[in-house]
Design a protein around this ligand. Sequence first.
Ligand code: ADP
Length: 423
Amino acid sequence: MAVQESLKKVRTPWVERISRELAAGEGVRAGFSEQLERFYDLLEQSIVTGDMAWLDSILYDWGRSPTETNLEQADYNVSFILTRMISLTLELARDQLKPKDALELLTAIIPVLTHSLGVVIRYEMETRVAHISKELGAVQDKLQALDQNKSKFISVAAHELKTPLTLIEGYTSMMADLVQHSGQPQMKSYLEGVNTGILRLRDIIDDMIDVSLIDNHLLTLNIQPMWVNHLLNLASNEFKKSIAERNQSLVINEFEGSDLMIYGDSERLYQALSNLIANAIKYTPDNGQVAIGGRLLPGFIEITVKDTGIGISPEDQALIFEKFGQLGKEDLHSSGKVKFKGGGPGLGLSITRGIIEAHGGTIWVESEGYDEVKLPGSTFHILLPTRTEPTNPVLVKFFGNLEQQIETELRGKENPPTDNPPA
Ligand code: ADP
């Protein structure tokens, strides 16, 4: 019997058997049989003409048809149907035809069905990948919205805290004046305690404002000629007292390039450097050492801050540069800036990174790991481009002004307290 005749002979049982086996329920079965009839027509055309493209349109429709539930549950429905279709066709040919006719039919039909299976798998995969990308996009949008909310919250909270803090500062200073003349020494020391708290709070609020400037890409730099060794000298003086309190030593190794005039925002770079030094002191036990050095590289200056402290585990080394990336326990938070392991709000390194990146530089840390007994230490590296010309004086001037405006806006105007009590 010719293949075409065999095709005609098995058509009705083929449609019946496949729809009975694969379609659940009467209602679904009618529609499914219709699809199978259409498929069978195109299958015949493909076999007769030897061109499998006849099946492309129906396979495309099937491959792209998964419902949302199929997609969410990762069901590969159509590929499953085609796989079953191949094995049912084998059974049917064996049941309905003589062995020779069955062999001829299967030789013609199986390559077309396996080709169809390949096409459907590809379409189903593409549909699934598109679905996953869409879901991922939605999640990313949500995360972005959350992050924006968080950064807005930080900026509003910082602004709102600044005004009452200014009031407290003003009244404390007036009280200090009164106490000075009242001859109550105990009162004076209480007020000094309040003052320390105020200064710490101001630092935290300033950090919150800086983080929100960085998050919103609003950190602009006041680029001017500067020298790295000036920053090192400043740091050496500023940290003398803390280093002595902790019985540590601070070694500053001037290096080739530290006396080079470069262009940068010296105030912001000093802020970055002192964050690293304060951390080095904080995370190094008493009697340890903090060493600052660096080197000149082609187009860059590298500054290193090395300590003999508790170190940082490799998995935490990227985390610490994220905002709120502190690793210590909440209960270790300290009002002292350089108390051993006295963690802060976890904003320092994220600000430091923001400042360095705004200069076109990078920052990273090297440490063999965290160990409070062996004290492997950490070395923070800053790589700064050695710009020997201002980027663009007009832009710098413009951004300089813009920065002032933004800072004034974010920090709020200082409200000097009056003699009237606050409302
Ligand atoms: P924090 O306010 O907690 O000090 P930072 O952003 O400055 O926040 O630092 C984030 C975390 O990185 C710290 O909580 C600490 O766990 C870790 N860290 C920073 N510097 C060092 C260092 N020199 N040695 C060990 N750990 C460090």
